[in-house]
Design a protein around this ligand. Structure first.
Ligand code: NA7
Length: 862
C-alpha cells in the first residue's frame, strides 16, 4: 500500500562528485525536486578529498569526462592526457557553476541515518548534526572508493610527527623539504605520490606489503590522434564508449596470448608498455584475465621491465609483484615510480619479510629495525564499493538494516537496488561494472537509468519500486558466474573485499562488461521492469524473472554465432551440414596435451570402424572409456569431439576410445547401436592390447553419442556382457518424443534447435523404429541392472527434459544414478573445451565420476 504524503524532496542523494552532480542536473531536467547532501564543503567527491601529490585519473581525460552536455564537451579543454586532481576538480567546479548546481547541494552535511517509512512510502534522512529531511527516493551517489580503510597498524596514534592520509590530504598541500618521510602502501595512491614526495623529502622510506604491477603513463599533451577521433564525431565516439567492454572505445582483441609466437607477444607487450594505458593491458590479448599461463607471460614482461629500470637488483626483485595475476588487483599507472628507487635517498622496506610491529613516537618499528621519521603518509586504501554505503545506517522494510543484509556480501539487482529497501538506489553500486569500467560512463548510465525509472513511475501513477528476490538472486548468480570464469577471485584485492579485515570475501563489481551490462539494464526496462515490483495508489505491477540466466561465456558464443547469420543447419543438405560442422570444428582450441593419440580401426559388424585412442600422460595400464561422439547420428566423428575427448582423458586419467560408428542417412537405425555394441565388445576383449585394464571399462557419449552409450549398456546387460562399470551420458537423446517442455522452451536460439533435432531423427530412423528402445532407450520396458550412471543435462537444451526423464527412470529402476543439471549451459557448450570456461567444473565432475566408476582416486595434479 502506498500513501500520498508529500515529502520534502522527490529525491535526496548523498555525494556531490561526478555521480551526484549529474544526477541533480538530470533530475531537475525531468522535473523532480532533488537535494544533494555532501559531507565536504564543496563539490568534487573523490577529487575533493584525494589531493595528494601526483593524484591523477588512470583513465584518459577525454574518456573520463561527462558526455551529457555537448556544449561542455567543446568548451572544456583538458591540458594533459591524464589530468591531475586539481584539473579534474576544476572541471567539476565548472560543471557545478555552469548548471547552477550548488543551490541544491547542502555541503558540510554528513548523512547518518536513512530510514524507510512504509506507511508513507518515503525515506526519512537524518544528518550527523541532527537535521531531518524526507524524500520519496533516496540515492547513494557516494562513490566506490570514498570510505578510507583504517591502516590497521598498532600504535598509529602514538607518532609525534606529521601524519597524512592520501585520502584526505590537506588543502594547502604539504612541504616535505628536509624531512624524513615514510609512505605506507603501494597501491595507486602510494605509487602516484612516491615519486613526488621523493623529489622533496630529505629521505623517503617506502613500506611495501604487496608489490603492485604498474605501467608508465607516458603522460603529456592531449594525444592528437585520440582527440581527432573524438572531435571527428563526438556523438559516435561517446556511443561507442557506452557500448564498449570497459567504457572506453577500444577494439577488443580476439586472440589468446599463447596463440601467437613469443616474439609477437613481446612486440604487443612493448606496444602496450609504450602506449601507457591501463585498459591496454587487459586488451593486449583476449585471455589475459582468464588464463593463468597467458597472464603469467605479461607478469614476467612487467617484471623484466622493473629489473631493467631499477638498478639495485635486490630492490628490483622486491618490487617485482608475485602471488597475484596482473590485472586481478587494480594495476597502477605511474610517472617515474620504479625510477624513484634509483635515487640514493629512497629506500624500500619489504613488510612481507619484516612486518611493521608498531608505530612509535619517533617512527616505525618493523620486526628487525627501528626507523625515525618526521612524517608518515598512509596510502592504505579504502573499504571499497560497500564501505561508504553501509557507513550510513540505512534501514529498510521491517527494520532491516542494510549493513545486516549485506553482512555476508552485498546483494543487489543490477547494482542499482536491493530487496527490502524500496526506492533506494546506488549509483555504481556493487554488482555493476563500476570500478572495472570508466566510471564516468557507468555513472551516466546509472543516472539516466534512474531518471528514466522515476519518470516511468510518475507517469504511470506509481511511486514505489523494489526488486524481487528472484531477480536479485539471479543477478547475484550472474555476477558470480562472470567472476568465476576469470582470475579475479584468486587475488586478495579490494575487488574481493580482501583488504579489509573481516569483510566477506566476495567479488564486488560486475566483470561482464559495460556493454553487456547496459544491454541487461535496457532489457529489464523493455520487459516491463523485469524483476521489479512497482506500486502506486491502488495499483501494482510485477513481471518477475531473471534477466541473465545463461552463462556469460555461453552468451558470448551465442552472440558470435548470431553475428555469422548462418542458415539453419536443417536447411542444408547432409553433405553441406557435414562440411559446415567440420569447418566450425577446425576453429576451436585443440584441448589439453595428453600422452598419446592413435587413429586405428577395429572390426565392426559389417566392416571396419575407425577409432581414435587417447592415452593419458601417466604410467599405464589405464581404465578404458568407450566414447561415442555427438552429431545427431548424421554428423561428427573423432575430430568433432577431439578437444572434449582429450579433456575427458586428462580429467579421468583413462584411455578414451572414440568410436566412429556408421552414420545416417547412409546407414540408418540400428547401424549405430550395433556398431557401438560391437566396438565395446571388441574393446573389452582387447583391453590389454590397448594398454587398458581388463574389466575396467566404462561407456560415455554426448548427445546422439550418449544415446548410443545408453543403448549399448542395455544391449550389454541383455546380451550377457561385456561388463560395463559405468555410463556417462552428456545431454543424451533418450526418446523420440519432441513435445517435452524443454523442446518448447529451448526450441530456438541455443544452437541445437527443435527443428534440427527433428531433422536428425528424420535421417536416422523411420517412424516405426523410433520407439524401439535401441533408438529411444527411455522406452525400454526394463531399466534395472544397468551400470551406475552420471547423467548431465544442460538448462538451455531441447534435450534437457528427456535426459532428466532417463535419469529418473533408471533411478526408479534401482540403478545408481547421479544427475548434474548444468545451469546456464546449452547443448553444445560443455564440450567446448577452452572456449566455454564455465563448463570446466562440470567437465571436472565428469572426469571424477569416471574415476569413481573405476574405483580410482583422482590423480594428484587434478
Ligand atoms: P589500494 O590500492 O587499496 O592500496 C593500499 C595499499 O596499502 C596496498 O599496497 C596495501 O597493501 C597497503 N596497506 C594497506 N594496509 C596496510 C597495512 N596495515 N600495512 C601495510 N600496508 C598496508 O588503495 P589506493 O588508495 O592506493 O588506491 C585505491 C584505488 O584508487 C586505486 O585502485 C585506483 O582505482 C584509485 P596490500 O596490497 O593490502 O598488501
Amino acid at each position: 500500500m502506498t500513501a500520498q504524503i508529500k515529502p520534502d524532496f522527490d529525491v535526496i542523494a548523498v555525494g556531490a562528485g561526478f555521480a551526484g552532480l549529474y544526477l541533480l542536473h538530470r533530475l531537475r531536467g525531468l522535473g523532480f525536486s532533488a537535494k544533494v547532501l555532501e559531507s565536504a564543503d564543496d563539490v568534487g567527491g573523490t577529487w575533493y578529498w584525494n589531493r595528494y601529490p601526483g593524484a591523477r585519473c588512470d583513465i584518459q581525460s577525454i574518456d573520463y569526462s561527462y558526455s551529457f552536455d555537448p556544449e561542455l564537451e567543446t568548451e572544456w579543454q583538458w591540458s594533459e592526457r591524464y589530468a591531475t586532481q586539481p584539473e579534474i576538480l576544476r572541471y567539476l567546479e565548472h560543471v557545478a557553476h555552469k548548471h547552477d548546481l550548488r543551490r541544491d547541494i547542502q555541503f558540510s552535511t554528513r548523512v547518518e541515518v536513512a530510514k524507510w517509512d512504509a506507511d508513507a512510502s518515503l525515506w526519512h534522512i537524518r544528518s550527523e548534526a541532527g537535521e531531518e529531511f524526507s524524500c520519496r527516493f533516496y540515492v547513494m551517489a557516494s562513490g566506490c572508493l570514498s570510505q578510507p580503510k583504517a591502516p590497521e597498524i598498532e600504535g598509529t596514534d602514538r607518532f609525534h610527527g606529521e601524519v597524512y592520509y592520501t585520502s584526505s590530504w590537506p588543502h594547502e598541500g604539504v612541504d616535505f623539504s628536509g624531512k624524513r618521510v615514510a609512505v605506507i602502501g603501494t597501491g595507486s595512491s602510494g605509487i602516484q605520490s612516491i615519486p613526488l614526495i621523493a623529489e622533496q623529502a630529505q629521505a623517503l622510506t617506502v613500506f611495501q606489503r604487496t608489490a603492485n604491477y604498474s605501467i608508465p603513463a607516458h603522460n603529456g599533451p592531449m594525444p592528437t590522434e585520440k582527440l581527432a577521433q573524438l572531435e571527428g564525431d563526438r556523438a559516435l565516439y561517446r556511443e561507442a564508449a557506452r557500448w564498449s567492454r570497459a567504457g572506453v572505445p577500444i577494439e577488443p582483441n580476439e586472440e589468446g596470448a599463447m596463440q601467437v609466437s613469443a616474439e609477437e607477444r613481446q612486440r604487443r607487450y612493448e606496444a602496450m608498455w609504450g602506449a601507457g594505458e591501463l585498459l591496454g593491458i587487459a586488451g593486449a590479448f583476449s585471455d589475459l584475465l582468464v588464463d593463468p599461463v597467458s597472464n603469467e607471460t605479461l607478469c614476467e614482461f612487467v617484471r623484466d621491465k622493473i629489473r631493467a629500470t631499477v638498478q639495485d637488483q635486490a630492490t628490483a626483485e622486491l618490487l617485482c609483484p608475485r602471488g597475484h595475476f596482473i590485472g586481478t588487483k587494480r594495476p597502477c599507472l605511474d610517472s617515474n615510480y620504479y625510477q624513484t628507487y634509483n635515487l640514493p635517498h629512497v629506500r624500500l622496506v619489504d613488510l612481507r619479510e619484516h612486518p611493521i610491529s608498531s608505530i612509535t613516537e619517533q617512527g616505525i618499528d618493523t620486526s628487525d629495525e627501528t626507523f625515525e621519521f618526521d612524517a608518515i603518509v598512509y596510502a592504505t586504501g579504502f573499504d571499497a564499493m560497500t564501505g561508504a554505503i553501509v557507513a550510513v545506517d540505512i534501514v529498510g522494510r521491517d527494520d532491516l538494516s542494510l549493513a545486516d543484509k549485506w553482512a555476508n556480501g552485498p546483494q543487489t539487482y543490477l547494482g542499482l537496488m536491493t530487496v527490502g529497501f524500496p526506492n533506494f538506489f546506488t549509483i555504481t553500486g556493487p554488482g555493476s561494472p563500476s570500478v572495472l569500467s570508466n566510471m564516468t560512463v557507468s555513472i551516466e548510465q546509472h543516472v539516466e537509468w534512474i531518471g528514466d525509472c522515476l519518470s516511468y513511475l510518475s507517469s504511470n501513477g506509481l511511486d514505489v519500486i523494489e526488486p524481487t528476490e528472484t531477480a536479485e538472486a539471479g543477478w547475484l548468480q550472474h555476477v558470480n558466474d562472470c567472476a568465476d570464469i576469470t582470475l579475479y577471485p584468486r587475488a586478495d584485492s579490494w575487488y574481493m573485499g580482501a583488504n579489509v579485515p573481516g569483510k566477506p570475501r566476495v567479488f564486488l563489481p560486475y566483470v561482464g562488461g559495460v556493454d553487456t551490462y547496459r544491454g541487461a539494464c535496457d532489457e529489464v526496462v523493455s520487459r516491463d521492469y523485469l524483476g521489479f515490483r512497482l506500486q502506486g495508489p491502488g495499483k501494482q505491477q510485477c513481471n518477475d524473472g531473471v534477466v541473465r540466466r545463461i552463462q556469460p561465456d555461453v552468451a558470448l558464443v551465442l552472440e558470435f554465432i548470431d553475428s555469422l547469420a548462418l542458415p539453419p543447419m536443417e536447411s542444408l543438405s547432409v553433405d553441406d551440414a557435414r562440411a559446415f560442422s567440420i569447418a566450425m570444428a577446425a576453429e576451436r582450441p585443440a584441448g589439453p596435451e595428453i600422452g598419446e593419440i592413435i587413429d586405428k580401426v577395429l572390426p565392426g559388424p559389417v566392416g571396419e570402424l575407425c577409432y581414435r585412442l587417447y592415452r593419458p600422460d601417466t604410467p599405464g595400464p589405464h581404465p578404458i572409456v568407450a566414447y561415442f561422439h555427438g552429431g545427431g547420428w548424421v554428423l561428427g566423428g573423432a575430430d568433432s569431439d577431439d578437444p572434449f575427448c582429450r579433456d575427458l582423458c586428462a580429467q579421468s586419467d583413462s584411455i578414451v576410445v572414440s568410436i566412429n560408428y556408421r552414420h545416417a542417412p547412409e546407414d540408418k537405425f540400428p547401424a549405430a547401436p550395433n556398431d557401438g555394441f560391437a566396438a565395446v565388445q571388441w574393446i573389452a576383449d582387447n583391453a590389454g592390447m590397448l594398454g587398458g585394464i581388463p574389466g575396467q571399462l566404462a561407456v560415455a557419449g554426448w548427445s546422439a553419442g550418449a544415446n548410443i552409450a545408453a543403448v549399448v549398456c542395455q544391449m550389454a546387460r541383455d546380451g550377457g556382457g561385456p561388463g560395463i562399470v559405468g555410463q556417462l551420458l552428456l545431454n543424451p537423446v533418450t526418446d523420440c518424443d519432441l513435445t517435452r517442455q524443454s523442446y518448447i522452451d529451448n526450441a530456438d536460439g541455443f544452437v541445437l534447435t527443435t527443428a534440427l533435432m527433428q531433422w536428425f531423427w528424420d535421417h536416422y530412423a523411420d517412424s516405426a523404429d523410433r520407439v524401439d528402445p535401441r533408438a529411444s532407450p527411455l522406452r525400454a520396458s526394463d531399466l534395472s541392472n544397468l551400470p551406475p550412471a552420471l547423467v548431465v543435462t544442460s538448462e538451455f537444451d531441447p534435450l534437457c527434459d528427456e535426459g532428466i526423464a532417463y535419469a529418473e527412470a533408471m533411478s526408479n529402476a534401482g540403478v545408481s544414478v547421479r544427475h548434474i543439471s548444468a545451469r546456464g549451459q546449452i547443448h553444445t557448450s560443455l564440450t567446448a573445451v577452452g572456449v566455454v570456461l564455465s563448463g570446466a567444473p562440470v567437465r571436472k565432475e565428469m572426469g571424477a565420476a569416471l574415476l569413481e566408476f573405476f574405483g580410482t582416486a583422482p590423480p594428484s595434479e587434478l
